[in-house]
Ligand binder design. Structure first.
Ligand SMILES: *Cc1c(COP(=O)(O)O)cnc(C)c1O
Length: 385
């Protein structure tokens, strides 16, 4: 009987047990303990940033980003329509701001042309910022998401942010390890090219701490503000006094132990994922009307997810069902966020490609321990559809 092939599961093949045992041994299980600082340093060094701020999830790292950036109640933030909803909620509604939804380009990331069109043709640039002509609100920021380990068009977004005086926030929760190899940003990692960046170590991400996240910023004082907000905004360890309304967004020492072991494995995971990506691509791209979504030119992606684009007329949900009957787990991309919660009352622009990809993509198994044989089984099942 064939084994079950999951979409994306954790892989603890390194020093995870050893490091966690050490923590348990010393009873350093909570939010004190040296490993949290070590994990912050490991991630900061890896993405070439002076400092990283640990958080208990990617969602909280995104919330810290928006608060550190000074986004205020009533402000508007340009966000992708096609992404995971945790890229939107924490940087808008958590703080009383409102989203303006923008569609995607062929990388599945936000389309910079559509973002620019909104700023140029639906807003007015005044001395104190950009204002939405329709709502009168201040447009404060852009939140770009590096979808599935691909890279959003960062040179374009940096120009737009500078031209329209917007804060540029990056959701790199899916793209730890992705960096530019060419062009004006060569050597720069996803998450480090805007004002703020956020990573996630949730169980389905390329490395995991069970749950966890990390925030980085190109403004040293924003990173410090984020750290302060994440630790209850405490200013006095003895009397417990606080100068702001803070949060308990701390990572635990046990999570950090897992993370340190996973960081040692990250480059190996990416090399493994690249091999499987190339196996899928060689067998399926351009065959029987299927396509494998390419990663942007001029980058080293982390190959987190493999997106199969179905030919027109093939039912996405039918494909997912037929593969699941063969014990192969796949997943569509997300439903559009502007169609969920009460986000329908917010503005949304240029959604044609987002709708197309929503309807045509099935994500294939991509775990870091997916074997060549399992990959072959998935390929054969797809070709037999
Ligand atoms: C996973 C993810 C998040 C949230 O990360 P958590 O650690 O699960 O809170 C945010 N944005 C995107 C695009 C994600 O994929």
């Amino acid at each position: 009987m064939a084994n079950f092939i999951p979409l994306s599961i954790p892989n603890f093949c390194g020093n995870e047990k050893k490091y966690v045992d050490d923590a348990l041994e010393g009873a350093w299980v909570s939010t004190s303990g040296a490993k949290v600082g070590d994990m912050e340093k490991a991630v900061a060094d890896y993405v070439h940033m002076p400092r990283a701020v640990a958080a208990n999830s990617g969602t909280s790292a995104l919330h810290l980003s928006a608060m550190a950036a000074g986004i205020r109640r009533g402000d508007e933030v340009l966000v992708p329509a096609l992404t995971f909803i945790a890229a939107v909620n924490p940087v808008t509604r958590y703080i009383g701001a409102e989203p303006v939804f923008i569609g995607c380009d062929d990388s599945l990331c936000m389309d910079p042309a559509a973002a620019e069109d909104f700023c140029a043709n639906h807003c007015t640039l005044r001395a104190d910022g950009l204002y939405n002509n329709k709502t009168g609100a201040r447009v404060a920021a852009i939140m770009v998401v590096h979808v599935f380990g691909n890279m959003a068009d960062m040179p374009a977004f940096r120009r737009i942010a500078a031209k329209y005086h917007l804060v540029l926030m990056e959701d790199a929760t899916e793209a730890l390890g992705t960096y530019y190899t060419e062009g004006e940003l060569a050597g720069k990692f996803a998450g480090t090219m805007g004002d703020t960046g956020a990573y996630s170590f949730n169980g389905n991400k390329i490395i995991t701490t069970g749950a966890g996240g990390m925030m980085v910023s190109n403004h040293a004082d924003w990173a410090e503000r984020a750290k302060h907000l994440s630790t209850q905004a405490k200013i006095d360890e003895v009397q417990f006094t606080h100068d702001m309304v803070g949060y308990n967004y701390r990572m635990t020492n046990v999570q950090a132990c897992l993370g340190l072991a996973q960081m040692e494995l990250l480059e190996g995971f990416i090399a493994h994922k690249k091999e499987r990506y190339e196996q899928y691509k060689a067998a399926l791209d351009g065959v029987k009307g299927f396509k494998i979504l390419p990663f942007r030119e001029g980058i080293r992606p982390n190959y987190w997810f493999y997106s199969l684009i179905l030919p027109d007329g093939m039912s996405r949900d039918g494909v997912i069902h037929r593969l699941s009957e063969q014990k192969i787990q796949t997943r569509p991309v997300w439903a559009l966020i502007n169609e969920q919660c009460d986000y329908g009352r917010n503005e949304a622009y240029a959604l044609e490609k987002a709708r197309y990809y929503r309807d045509h993509i099935v994500n294939l198994p991509c775990s870091t321990n997916l074997t060549a044989e399992d990959c072959t089984r998935v390929i054969e099942a797809v070709l037999a559809l």
